[in-house]
Design a binder for this molecule. Structure first.
Ligand code: GLV
Length: 311
């Protein structure tokens, strides 16, 4: 019997679906809510943003599986059992979903979606000249499993894509810039800036007022990384002043975005409720089942997180 303690939010909306898929792969598995006292005996935690201190109460815990591609939600828990390995999801379906979101918001901006929706409300048939996007320069910050897919999909739409990483990656089929100098050179030379970075101490607050100032006037900013990578006041100021032509955001410092947040009043900021790539149990349960099998057999699971790197 393998007991999995599960938490995807207060309502545990996907618990039954995970139970269905995981027991299909191994009938000896049982998935129960992390909040249930029986979960104290669990060997596996399958979680998103678990309540602080709860994982420390699971004395048989052998593996923590993040229910997302990001793991920053786990670092917030100071009492998290440090010796228990963590894995994250790496899923081509999620990478493609995220890539579709980036393409949707980017093309909506470039093909004047807000203007035509406004027209629609006013029953007006006005036109704007179309923007030429062939060879338009796009910078993607973060070129791991997700960023690489986004980069290649944008390349196939004829954008001129460069990717940024903090340290050199293996060969990629698009241009790469590395480190601080690479970051600055991309800021200066691109009109579209897409953040897909994991949240770590190195990326927290990365998109500051100074960084927005270095982007060419008229740049567009897209964020599907994490809200805390952005100085939200600086972004708002850059958009309001007209230095940036707008932004599309799927992530925010505080989620849900508070109703009083000034972003809601800025029509050039497109707001999305953290849906760019949603976890689908049907496409990810196999990697969780394989990781459980590996850990129970004394082997290292795939997609292990490096606590020093923080992702
Ligand atoms: C979503 O933000 C994820 O980490 O998968």
């Amino acid at each position: 019997m393998t007991l999995i303690a599960f938490h995807d939010g207060i309502e545990n909306a996907s618990l039954d679906t995970w139970h269905y898929h995981l027991t299909k792969s191994d009938p000896q598995i049982s998935v129960i809510a992390l909040s249930d006292s029986k979960a104290n005996d669990a060997e596996i935690a399958l979680v998103w943003n678990p309540p602080d201190g709860r994982l420390a109460e699971l004395k048989n815990l052998k593996l923590i599986c993040s229910l997302g591609q990001g793991v920053d939600h786990l670092w917030k828990d100071q009492k998290r059992p440090q010796s228990v390995p963590i894995i994250r999801l790496v899923d081509l379906h999620m990478s493609h979903a995220l890539s579709q979101w980036v393409i949707a918001v980017l093309l909506d901006f470039l093909r004047d979606g807000p203007f035509y929706r406004e027209n629609r409300l006013k029953r007006e048939f006005n036109k704007l000249p179309q923007t030429n996007t062939i060879a338009m320069k796009v910078a993607i910050y973060g070129i791991g499993a997700i960023g690489s897919v986004v980069a290649q999909n944008l390349q196939s739409l004829q954008f001129d894509v460069s990717g940024w990483a903090q340290t050199p990656k293996t060969e990629r089929p698009f241009k790469q810039k590395i480190g601080k100098h690479g970051f600055e050179s991309l800021l200066h030379s691109n009109l579209i800036h897409i953040c897909l970075l994991p949240l770590t101490k190195n990326t927290k607050g990365l998109f500051s007022q100074d960084v927005f100032n270095q982007m060419p006037k008229g740049s567009y900013f897209i964020n599907a990384g994490r809200g805390e990578q952005v100085d939200e006041r600086a972004l708002l100021q850059a958009v309001r002043s007209g230095h940036l032509s707008g932004a599309a955001l799927d992530v925010f410092c505080e989620e849900p975005l508070p109703v009083s947040h000034p972003f809601w009043n800025e029509p050039k900021i497109s707001i999305w409720p953290h849906i760019a790539a949603q976890t689908d149990p049907a496409t990810t349960f196999e990697q969780i089942a394989r990781a459980i099998y590996a850990v129970k057999s004394g082997l290292a699971p795939k997609n292990l997180v490096d606590p020093n790197r923080e992702y």
